[in-house]
Structure formats: structure tokens, C-alpha cells
Design a protein around this ligand. Sequence first.
Ligand SMILES: Nc1ncnc2c1ncn2[C@@H]1O[C@H](COP(=O)(O)OP(=O)(O)OP(=O)(O)O)[C@@H](O)[C@H]1O
Ligand SMILES: [Mg+2]
Length: 256
Amino acid sequence: MAKSYMQVKGLVKRFGPFTALNGVDLEVFPGEVHALLGDNGAGKSTLIKILAGVHQPTSGRIFIEDDEVQFRSPRDASAAGIGTVYQDLALNQLMSVTRNFFMGRELKGRLGVLRTKEMDKIAHDEMLKIGIDISDPRQAVGTMSGGQRQTLAIARAIYFGAKVLILDEPTSALGQRQQMEVLKTMMRVRARGDIAIIFITHNEIHSNLVADRFTFLALGQVIGAGTKTELAGEDIRRLMAGGAEMKDLAHELAAI
Ligand SMILES: Nc1ncnc2c1ncn2[C@@H]1O[C@H](COP(=O)(O)OP(=O)(O)OP(=O)(O)O)[C@@H](O)[C@H]1O
Ligand SMILES: [Mg+2]
């Protein structure tokens, strides 16, 4: 079997007395989509914020290609090849595609002159590689569709070195056509073979369409994990339902 790029072992995160993650394991492989599923409050965002260097874990270990790492900041995580695309995409609607693509990392020539043409070409070409042909990279991001914006954020993360691409609910705010565009983009990234994608979603159909591997979280714990072949479709439905049931139960118990 291929070697994993990143391995997470026994991750615990407490916020005061509250345990958001309770011993989570996760392993991601280049050329695979790893769906991270779970109901609201399961701990998905907390997990990825730790991987992105936003939160520090209470305990647990993270390995990148066998070396243990500690991310003290988003910069550390980014330098280790963790690229995160949050739901808000961190794009400025009023600025051009190219400016958003390079935001703060512009290419400059001697005397600090911006290499505008070169940056336009890179933004255009990198997006084209994963399926969107932007005719004018100087158009404002606000004029693009939701799917195109998602692709811009993904292309940018890859261009700046992401080896683990974390996508937080990339399809949730989109119409059906746009959702399919984003799933296609994910499959093109997958086809490169060198990037591990973590796909956070509530959508069982989407995860079944694209994921090679699944991890189900409920109340901060992994309640099921495995490859698509290990988990039959039936298991996936049961695990989704199980997560929701556990959450309902927790609410009932908390109300007593
Ligand atoms: N900064 C924080 N302080 C205290 N509790 C937090 C904090 N961040 C998250 N939590 C709690 O941790 C639990 C897990 O939250 P998290 O946002 O990781 O869930 P999620 O799986 O991403 O849910 P959703 O699907 O709604 O995005 C929740 O009960 C949440 O209230
Ligand atoms: Mg979340």
C-alpha cells in the first residue's frame, strides 16, 4: 500500500472543561480523497483547525512523512504542506482573480515592480489545470460563480505548496451544478496523485462519489473509518445515522 503523507494519533482537544476531540486518529494518502464526516458539533472543524495550526492540541501527535511535527501557527502548518480552504474561502470579492491568487505573496521583479503579466498567466494556468478556464484573470472575483471561486481557492493552495488539501464543506453553499463542478475539480486534484485531500462534508452522496477513504466523527470520537471497499454502502449509511443518533442522545442527556 502507498505511504501516508500525514498521520494523526490520539488527538485530544479540550476547551476548558469541554472535550471537543477525544483521541482522534487520521491518516491521509497522496492521490486519495479522505472524507471526514460527522454531524454538527462532531469536531470536524476543531480537527482541521489543529491541522491548520490555528488551534494547538491538548495532547496527541501529528506526523508528516514519519517526522513528528508541532504547528504553533498557521504559518508552520502551511510550511509543512497543509493547505486549508475554509468555507468563506478568504477571497476579496472586489479584487481581481490574480490579486486574490497571490494576495500577499506577489511576484516582484527588481526594484519591487510587480510581475503582473506573469502572475496573470500563472493564475489562469493553475486554474485551468483543475478545470476552470477564466478568460480574464483581471476580472473581479465577485463576478465568478461559487464553483469558480472554490476552484480559485484550491488552485491557490496547491500552487503555494499544499500536499494535504483540506476542504471544509466545499459543496455546501452551492447549487447542484456548481456542486458537481467542485467535485470534478477535486477529482482532477486527486488525479495528480501527489496531493491528499481531506473532504469535510455532511453530504453522503458527495462523499460516496469522490472519496477513497472515510472517517466518521461523533462527539469528538472516531466511530468508524476505512476505505471505500472496506466500508460497504450500508455501513456508511449506518455510521451517518449513528452519528446523528449519538448527538440527539447527548442533547437529551444534557437537558436532564
Ligand atoms: N473555541 C471553542 N471553545 C469552546 N468550544 C468549542 C470551540 N470550538 C468548538 N467548540 C465545541 O466543540 C464541539 C465541536 O465543534 P466543531 O466546530 O469542531 O464541530 P463540527 O463537526 O465542525 O460541526 P459543524 O458540522 O457544525 O461545523 C462543539 O460542541 C463546539 O461547540
Ligand atoms: Mg465545522
